[in-house]
Write a protein that binds this ligand. Structure first.
Ligand SMILES: *[C@@H]1O[C@H](CO)[C@@H](O)[C@H](O)[C@H]1NC(C)=O
Ligand SMILES: *[C@@H]1O[C@H](CO)[C@@H](O)[C@H](O)[C@H]1NC(C)=O
Ligand SMILES: *[C@@H]1O[C@H](CO)[C@@H](O)[C@H](O)[C@H]1NC(C)=O
Ligand SMILES: *[C@@H]1O[C@H](CO)[C@@H](O)[C@H](O)[C@H]1NC(C)=O
Ligand SMILES: *[C@@H]1O[C@H](CO)[C@@H](O)[C@H](O)[C@H]1NC(C)=O
Ligand SMILES: *[C@@H]1O[C@H](CO)[C@@H](O)[C@H](O)[C@H]1NC(C)=O
Ligand SMILES: *[C@@H]1O[C@H](CO)[C@@H](O)[C@H](O)[C@H]1NC(C)=O
Ligand SMILES: *[C@@H]1O[C@H](CO)[C@@H](O)[C@H](O)[C@H]1NC(C)=O
Ligand SMILES: *[C@@H]1O[C@H](CO)[C@@H](O)[C@H](O)[C@H]1NC(C)=O
Ligand SMILES: *[C@@H]1O[C@H](CO)[C@@H](O)[C@H](O)[C@H]1NC(C)=O
Ligand SMILES: *[C@@H]1O[C@H](CO)[C@@H](O)[C@H](O)[C@H]1NC(C)=O
Ligand SMILES: *[C@@H]1O[C@H](CO)[C@@H](O)[C@H](O)[C@H]1NC(C)=O
Length: 583
């Protein structure tokens, strides 16, 4: 009633100068606490200069003049009529909820009412307890914001419960120094707190207070409770190989600030840190916490037996022990003596291997014991007796150290030693040469001229490969032995051997025998010889027949001669000598 009357009264006294825009009206304007608002009030023609104007605020049904110098609006209000004298709009800054209410702009007796609503920050989730879980090393956002993110809270604070007292959180000092950040850059109503590089001590109750309204956030910071913590794991690996010692946080995303891998020295019982940069593990250890920060597993490569022992994976608050056993190569049949027999010219595999063929043996040796000096001499494929004749096969099966000796000679026989760290094996190799069958004896063989004779000479084992052997014949007058050759001399193209199929069969076949072939033949191999006395007999069955034929012809000729002589007198002188010569 009062207001209507007032407006009516004023309207009657409008002057010529300023016609107030929207006069007599009630404008509704909303703004946010902390923000600013422009209450519009201007003459239709902004160039007109009003004689007088005023801004008033309704305070319990009385209009109170707004002053920049004192009271509620001190230093918070501003006019812009300097440039446009007809524009007397009022800007109120740093709005509070108390600024809400009815404002009256009066210009030369004309009025305009502006109903201002100042929205404050009734905190989202106020009065509640939020539970948030994060991981050490990570970061967490503690949410706290006004329902309207444009609201600028007049006051807000973040506090942490420390033994039942709330302590203000500061980025400048204390536990949170340089680790906290307020998320209110673009949205003034968002006062969420970001905590980085979380440590377990950051866990606890946080209080966000905005204009006297509170919100509690219960933060749980999960550290790295190791999987299998407190336990002893037994792991077995092989020398030369690699092993993964497992150690990881229950949650693989956990970033572990500090952790250590240590090894217990069994004699001093001290724990020595494992480092990839120096000492025993130099360049042999590797970690994988790049992708999975909570995976602290340790990979040790090129294992040696000394790597065996107790390893400790330790993080803040929990630890894990791993008992590593590095198996070397306890040779199969170690300490024993194996007897192996092979033939000269052949090859022999001297077996020597680790029970686990995957074991990589760092150093091993094959040696041969000199039976007279008892010294052990290393066997080498590069020089000496075994040059280019020995071979090992540990390429595919690193634990198979067996030695293959080829082109065996009788000198290869003897005691071989296969030695690896901690165990050895002796192999007695017997190389059988060719102790000729019937050696030292004299065999008598008779053959006929024109025929052929097989002079038998062979090793007891026909598989024996005989490196060198000779067939010789003894010259009965000089007693010298002359080699028999198929290429020249008396036996040219007449002798043949059969040692292609049966290398141990050195028998000699002589064809087209003549009486001169008779004599003493010697079959000689290294270490034994055999003599064969060959007698070549003439082809006898033909001699008596020839003789009979000659006698028979003689008789016939004689009879014819006597008959002719008695009948023809000219015949007697002509053929008289012929009969004499025949006799
Ligand atoms: C009055 O002045 C204010 C502040 O300069 C401005 O924002 C507003 O637009 C002006 N009003 C009119 C009608 O020009
Ligand atoms: C937060 O956890 C507390 C106890 O730890 C529990 O009483 C409360 O109900 C939880 N609140 C929510 C929102 O999960
Ligand atoms: C508050 O700010 C943080 C950081 O900028 C942002 O992650 C978050 O989403 C914001 N909250 C709301 C409700 O907008
Ligand atoms: C590991 O070996 C130790 C003794 O060597 C034994 O006491 C323990 O029970 C073993 N642990 C497992 C998990 O096998
Ligand atoms: C254990 O400690 C002794 C004395 O410091 C040292 O000589 C030895 O090499 C250590 N053993 C291992 C396996 O590190
Ligand atoms: C840890 O990393 C190693 C190497 O990448 C992997 O073999 C192992 O499975 C990982 N452990 C876990 C629990 O993921
Ligand atoms: C190997 O031969 C030696 C003697 O020559 C003998 O004492 C030993 O028992 C034999 N070993 C085997 C496994 O036959
Ligand atoms: C054994 O040693 C002696 C003396 O060093 C040497 O003359 C002989 O050839 C050696 N025997 C073998 C089979 O190596
Ligand atoms: C070792 O290697 C040799 C040659 O390849 C093979 O004959 C032998 O069977 C192997 N030994 C074992 C135990 O595998
Ligand atoms: C071979 O003949 C010689 C004499 O000519 C004789 O002493 C020897 O016993 C004979 N050998 C055989 C095996 O008949
Ligand atoms: C035996 O040797 C003599 C003298 O060198 C030689 O004249 C003769 O032909 C040889 N006899 C045989 C059967 O080779
Ligand atoms: C040796 O070879 C010859 C010719 O093939 C054969 O007649 C003879 O029986 C062989 N000797 C043996 C012992 O096998």
């Amino acid at each position: 009633m009062l207001l209507t009357f007032y407006l009516l009264f004023i309207g009657l006294h409008v002057s010529e100068g300023c016609t107030l825009e929207n006069r007599g009206e009630v404008l509704n304007i909303a703004a946010h606490a902390g923000g600013s608002v422009l209450l519009p009030c201007y003459c239709t023609d902004q160039h007109t200069t009003p004689e007088r104007f005023s801004w008033k605020k309704d305070n319990k049904d009385t209009w109170e003049e707004i002053s920049i110098e004192s009271g509620q609006y001190r230093d918070r209000v501003q006019l812009f009529n300097g440039h446009s004298p007809g524009n007397v709009s009022l800007l109120i800054s740093h709005l509070t909820e108390e600024d809400g209410g009815d404002y009256q702009c009066s210009v030369e007796g004309a009025h305009l009412i502006i109903r201002l609503t100042v929205k404050g920050c009734p905190l989202e989730n106020r009065g509640e307890v939020l539970n948030i879980t994060a991981h050490t090393g990570g970061s967490v956002l503690l949410p706290c914001y006004c329902p309207d993110l444009h609201t600028t809270p007049k006051t807000f604070s973040w506090k942490k419960d420390n033994k039942d007292t709330w302590e203000e959180i500061s980025s400048e000092s204390g536990q949170y120094r340089d680790r906290v950040q307020l998320g209110n850059g673009h949205s003034p109503g968002n006062v969420s707190l970001l905590i980085s590089h979380l440590i377990e001590e950051d866990g606890g109750d946080y209080q966000c207070s905005v204009e006297g309204v509170h919100l509690i956030i219960r933060l749980t910071v999960k550290g790295c409770p190791l999987e299998n913590r407190g336990e002893v794991l037994n792991i077995t690996a092989h020398t030369g190989g690699s092993v993964l010692l497992p150690c990881y946080c229950t949650d693989l995303h956990t970033k572990v600030k500090t952790f250590r891998w240590k090894k217990q020295n069994r004699s001093t019982h001290k724990q020595e840190e494992i480092s990839s940069e120096s000492g025993q593990y130099r360049d042999r250890v590797q970690m994988f916490n790049g992708h999975s920060p909570g995976n602290l597993s340790l990979l040790i490569s090129h294992l040696t037996e000394e790597d065996g022992g107790d390893y400790i994976c330790a993080v803040k608050g929990s630890r894990l022990t791993i008992k590593l056993t590095v198996k070397g190569c306890p040779l199969e049949n170690r300490g024993e003596v194996l007897n192996i027999t092979a033939h000269a010219g052949g090859s022999a595999l001297l077996p020597c291997y680790c029970p686990d063929l995957h074991t990589k043996v760092k150093t091993f040796r094959w040696k041969k014991q000199n039976r007279s000096t008892h010294k052990q001499e290393e066997i080498s494929s590069e020089s000496g007796q075994y040059r280019d004749r020995v071979q090992v096969f540990n390429g595919h099966s690193p634990g198979n150290l067996s030695l293959l000796i080829s082109h065996l000679t009788e000198e290869d026989g003897g005691d071989y030693i296969c030695a690896v760290k901690g165990s050895r094996l002796t192999i007695i190799l017997t190389v059988k040469g060719c102790p000729l069958e019937n050696r030292g004896e004299v065999l008598n063989i008779t053959a006929h001229a024109g025929g052929s004779a097989l002079l038998p000479c062979y090793c007891p084992d026909l598989h024996t490969k005989v490196k060198t052997f000779r067939w010789k014949k003894q010259n009965r007058s000089t007693h010298k032995q002359e080699e028999i050759s198929s290429e020249s001399g008396q036996y040219r193209d007449r002798v043949q051997m059969f040692n292609g199929h049966s290398p141990g069969n050195l028998s000699l076949l002589i064809s087209h025998l003549t009486e001169e072939d008779g004599g003493d033949y010697i079959c000689a191999v290294e270490g034994s010889r055999l003599t064969i006395k060959l007698t070549v007999k003439a082809s006898l069955p033909f001699v008596p027949f020839a003789l009979v034929t000659v006698i028979f012809l003689h008789i016939i000729v004689a009879v014819v001669y006597h008959t002719k002589r008695n009948k023809d007198p000219h015949y007697s002188t002509a053929d008289g000598d012929g009969v004499v010569s025949l006799e």
